[in-house]
Design a protein around this ligand. Structure first.
Ligand code: WT7
Length: 654
């Protein structure tokens, strides 16, 4: 088990109880929380059944809570029927129709307030447009959009008609887009001409065209939202503008009632093989935990303005932008661009102007903004903020303290939320009015979530400070259903040990004397770059697909903003460049990886060697490569290396 990926940290031993003011106004008290834990302890499925009846409007109530007959393919609420979009939108119409659902702010500064009534109308109209293009229940639809309100409209519209969406992050390349289209066999792609990011235009339609030109025969239609208005190509038989697709359709659309186990979406994520897997989520169970965590962890209340900065291309943007907040009738902020346009105050400016009360972002963003100094946030009015959250990687105590002191002004609890694409919703996280937080720890598992740290034999490790595998020992409603089209891979990846009884998260963790969880890093060859998961194999496959590359090994290198940076060792076909330096080729390979996967996967650094270090059995010595990437002294045994002269090459010294 590797613990090399841990962000090096300062220690912070102080503990932070919630303020009396927060406790006074919070909706979940310590007594109520204890009651939830007690109920879950006594009867776990029964506990979730109670929550599901309370939180979801069922068209057909379920009579079976959990079907475990085909474990680990657990089925929650299997005979219940619902519609997720109905639960997000229609049920707000009676009392909350005029309430703002979405405040959208574009990077150039355009702002739009969309009420629940209006959002409902737009979703219905677009649902009708999708139906008119022949989309029906179970069809897959790819969404490749900028971070604009229409991305949520598109997701909700799919949910409304029972189509299965798969959102592809706008930063992914044509080739990644193509892989996802082909794996899902999607009939339709929803995109935009472009989006505004970092002061530039992201060419979404042009990239879609490139992907579709490489295959993707399943795609019959491309719907294009006009966002930037710049010139793009439209292919008349295939492409249709969003506004034209909507023409003649009204703003009523009866929801399609689906089984609770009907897939709501597929979302691709990296693993330890070269090919990303389509994580399949349900409708009922997924929605339930999206809602319960909005209440327990975010303490969502009617007057809140909730801003989760994640893009809808990631799970965080599904659960805490598109679904959870709307299902709890919240007002959300959607911002299109980057935090540094026009300057490093953009996030705080938005918080001030839009009156954000709950702010949820990633440690990498916090570190980047922290580096710009306190004067920037100090010049804004952040007094409306009442709760802060983080997600994506362990937050180093230094960043935690800055977030707490400078952004939260010692008033706002911080919820450090551990979860994964596969878990669908928060699993281990503070309950803000109750938990005394410790910087760097995601604290305790939520009610009904049976998280534990175990050894190889599956025995719980209870001694403080000893690490082990992070597992979940009982199924939970928002759990992954399977890997799209590959049940075996689902079993092999998530249930490989412990007689297939425990869900293996893929993280190592330890628990302290209070039972708090501390995430230590991944146990597999997965990197966490800026809170995003990247498989080393995926980047290696991209590199070796380049005609000049014979072999490649990719490891993580600690990075003070990104958490981890991508570091590649490359063996070329033909000669190694003199002195190991070829800047031009390095730029070419970086661009190549960007084209194969997306900009986030570009190696920060590439070192060229005559060979890669391997064990006698031919396995690449990754631990050695990680040591070298960190610039640390080599303590591993290198005597088995066939060619010891590669060491200085790998170290960049020859
Ligand atoms: C992996 C999941 C869940 C949305 C964002 C990432 C790491 C996530 C935390 C946290 C420490 C964390 C884990 C996990 N991770 N949140 N609060 N503390 N580590 O989703 O891409 O599915 O990645 O992110 O390693 O396994 P993802």
């Amino acid at each position: 088990m590797s613990q090399d990926n841990i962000q090096s940290t300062l220690h912070e031993n102080r503990h932070f109880p919630p303020s009396a003011e927060f406790v006074r106004t919070a909706s979940l008290s310590s007594e109520q929380l204890n009651e939830l834990y007690a109920q879950a302890e006594q009867d776990n499925p029964g506990f979730w059944a109670t929550q599901a009846r309370k939180e979801i409007d069922w068209q057909t109530p379920f009579t079976t809570t959990l079907d475990s007959s085909n474990a680990p393919f657990y089925r929650w609420f299997p005979d219940g029927k619902l519609n997720v979009s109905y639960n997000c939108l229609d049920r707000q119409l009676e009392h909350n129709a005029d309430k703002t659902a979405i405040i959208f702010e574009g990077e150039p500064g355009d702002i739009e307030h969309i009420s629940y009534q209006e959002l409902h109308a737009r979703v219905c109209r677009f649902s009708n447009a999708l139906k008119a293009q022949g989309i029906t229940q179970g069809d897959r639809v790819i969404i490749y959009m900028p971070m604009i309100a229409e991305a949520v409209v598109a997701m909700q519209a799919c949910a409304r008609i029972g189509a299965i969406h798969s959102v592809v992050f706008g930063g992914f390349s044509a080739s990644s887009l193509k892989d996802r289209i082909e794996d899902t066999q999607a009939k339709l792609v929803i995109t935009a001409d472009g989006g505004h990011r970092g002061g530039k235009i992201i060419e979404l339609k042009a990239t879609t065209d490139t992907a579709l030109n490489q295959g993707c025969d399943s795609v019959k239609t491309v719907i294009v939202f006009k966002r930037t208005g710049h010139d793009i190509n439209m292919q008349p038989e295939r492409d249709i503008w969003w506004s034209d697709a909507e023409k003649g359709h009204n703003s009523d659309c009866e929801p399609v009632w689906v089984d609770a186990t009907h897939p709501l979406f597929l979302l691709y994520t990296s693993g330890s093989t070269g090919k990303p897997k389509g994580i399949q989520h349900s409708s009922g169970g997924y929605l339930l935990n999206a809602i319960t965590t909005m209440r327990w962890v975010f303490d969502i209340q009617d007057s809140d303005v909730f801003w989760c900065t994640a893009d809808v291309g990631w799970i965080t943007g599904h659960t805490y932008v598109a679904y959870g907040p709307l299902a709890t009738g919240a007002t959300i902020v959607i911002y299109e661009g980057v935090p540094t346009v026009p300057n490093g105050g953009r996030f705080w400016d938005i918080c001030t102007r839009l009156g954000v009360t709950i702010f949820y972002t990633a440690p990498t963003a916090i570190r980047a903004l922290m580096k710009m100094g306190d004067d920037i946030p100090n010049s804004y009015d952040l007094s409306k903020l009442r709760l802060l959250g983080t997600v994506g990687e362990p937050i180093n105590p230094e960043a935690w303290m800055w977030y707490y002191n400078v952004i939260g002004q010692r008033r706002c609890p911080i919820v450090d939320t551990w979860w994964q694409t596969e878990t669908g919703a928060h699993m281990i996280a503070p309950v803000p009015a109750v938990t005394t937080t410790k910087p760097g720890s995601c604290t305790r598992a939520l009610p009904g979530i049976d998280a534990a740290v175990v050894n190889q034999e599956g025995e719980e490790i209870t001694h403080a400070d000893e690490g082990g595998y992070l597992v979940i020992r009982q199924p939970w409603p928002s759990m992954i259903q399977t890997v799209w089209g590959d049940n075996q891979r689902y079993k092999d990846t998530y249930w490989p040990y412990f007689d297939g009884k425990y869900y293996l998260a893929g993280d190592s963790a330890r628990r302290d004397e209070d039972g708090f969880f501390w995430i230590m890093g991944r146990i597999d060859d997965v990197l966490n770059v800026s809170g995003h998961r990247l498989g080393t194999m995926e980047i290696e496959s991209a590199l070796v697909a380049h005609p000049r590359v014979a072999e490649a090994a990719v490891v993580g290198q600690p990075h003070d903003v990104k958490g981890e940076a991508v570091f590649a060792y490359v063996v070329l076909r033909g000669d190694r460049p003199t002195g190991g330096i070829d800047d031009e080729l390095t730029q070419e390979l970086r661009a190549w990886v960007g084209e194969q996967i997306g900009a986030i996967a570009k190696p920060d650094d590439i070192r060229y060697a005559d060979n890669l270090p391997k064990t006698r059995s031919g396995k690449i010595m990754r631990r050695l490569l990680r040591t070298i990437a960190k610039g640390e002294e080599i303590t591993q045994d290198t005597s088995t290396l066939e060619n010891e002269s590669i060491l200085p090459q790998l170290q960049g010294k020859a």
